[in-house]
Design a protein around this ligand. Structure first.
Ligand code: AHR
Length: 355
């Protein structure tokens, strides 16, 4: 063989080896893909329609859901953020039905308007789990179960805390000029907290000066507070329906030269709120700028997971599952509050707790 023929032979041999190696790789890849497919087939597919990212609470809730519905845990999560719009949630649910998910989880932005789309899910045989806020539907077989907070109770507990505080300081009900910065109108969190507030403020005889919508956001809370200050100079207590709104209200009050705090007899403006998951809001409690926060627990991921595991095991979970929640405050003067036999402990947040 001449040198040229030897080089051609070596070249051909190299090509054959390369093809063999590539063929090996591709068959290994095929097997890996097949393994991957088998694993994917075993996953429980969950379509979650989240309201949006309007508050610190909402972000903590999203994280809780995403940390549970993972592949390692046996799930495939299809997450849709509705940007606070019910129409986006309806579109998301329809896409979950088309994709034939195993479960639909819905955190509904408002209570009404769900009958049609939930009937479509029922017809498709997909169980729907409602989380956080509730739905107001004509037929409650349109959803499997609900887990979340008792928003009305939260509202009443915070009002009772305030009433105890005013009594201890000898402040008369007629001296309370209180405004309510409401959450997203028509949402369970707003409906329940406003209802609790109306009931208790009437019971105690407080002077309610205004209701203003704050949409559960810091920026709207700030705007609402400025509106209230413009027409009600005498306001000395503000009931904010979440702590994002309260942070905005603090900014508006301070910009107007007011001092936030519990000492309303000395001209301070008392703020109360809900949630208690955000460090900034907790720090405001420790500083005394927010006096009391009714806890609203966002960690629903493990709760929804446990419902799905029960359904997978052929069990029937309880239809309504209420989470037990407490209260946070900046003083130990009121150790607990009790409404209709439900006692809730008050946890004091100090600056040391936040370090
Ligand atoms: O539905 C729960 C409420 O929604 C939380 O209190 C609020 O922060 C959130 O946006």
């Amino acid at each position: 063989m001449n040198t040229r023929k030897v080089s051609v032979a070596i070249y051909m041999l190299m090509i054959i080896c390369l093809c063999t190696i590539l063929a090996g790789c591709s068959s290994r890849q095929d097997t890996a893909e097949a393994d991957h497919d088998v694993a994917e087939d075993d996953l429980i597919v969950v379509g979650f329609s989240q309201i949006g990212s309007e508050s610190y609470w909402r972000n903590a809730n999203t994280e809780s859901m995403q940390s549970v519905f993972t592949k390692e845990n046996g799930f495939r999560l299809i997450f849709e953020n509705a940007q606070q719009k019910q129409t986006n949630q309806i579109t998301a649910i329809r896409s979950f039905i088309q994709r034939d998910v195993d479960y639909i989880v819905l955190a509904p932005v408002v209570e009404t308007g769900w009958d049609t789309v939930l009937s479509e899910a029922k017809e498709a045989g997909i169980p729907v789990i409602i989380v956080d806020r509730q739905v107001d539907v004509s037929d409650d077989s349109l959803f499997t179960c609900w887990v979340g907070s008792d928003f009305e109770l939260e509202g009443m507990l915070v009002c009772m805390w305030m009433s105890k505080y005013f009594n201890m300081r000898g402040i008369q009900p007629s001296a309370i000029h209180i405004a309510d910065i409401q959450g997203t109108l028509g949402s369970s969190a707003q409906i329940g907290r406003t209802k609790g507030f109306k009931h208790m403020s009437q019971l105690y005889g407080w002077d309610v000066v205004a209701y203003e919508e704050g949409e559960f956001t810091k920026s709207k809370g700030k705007e609402a507070m400025s509106e209230i200050l413009a027409s009600h100079k005498d306001v000395n207590v503000v009931y904010c329906e979440n702590d994002s709104e309260a942070l905005g209200a603090v900014e508006a009050l301070e910009a107007a030269g007011k001092k936030c705090g519990s000492n309303i007899t000395k001209g301070e403006v008392m703020l109360v709120a809900f949630d208690g998951v955000n460090e900034e809001a907790r720090a405001k409690v420790a500083e005394g700028k927010i006096s009391c926060i009714g806890e609203c627990n966002p960690l629903h991921g493990p709760r929804v997971e446990s419902i799905i595991r029960k359904l997978e095991a052929g069990e029937r979970p309880e239809k309504y599952q209420y989470v037990t929640e407490g209260i946070f405050a900046n003083t130990s003067d009121i150790p607990s509050v009790m409404i209709s036999g439900q006692e809730r402990t008050v946890t004091v947040i100090t600056k040391k707790d936040l370090q």
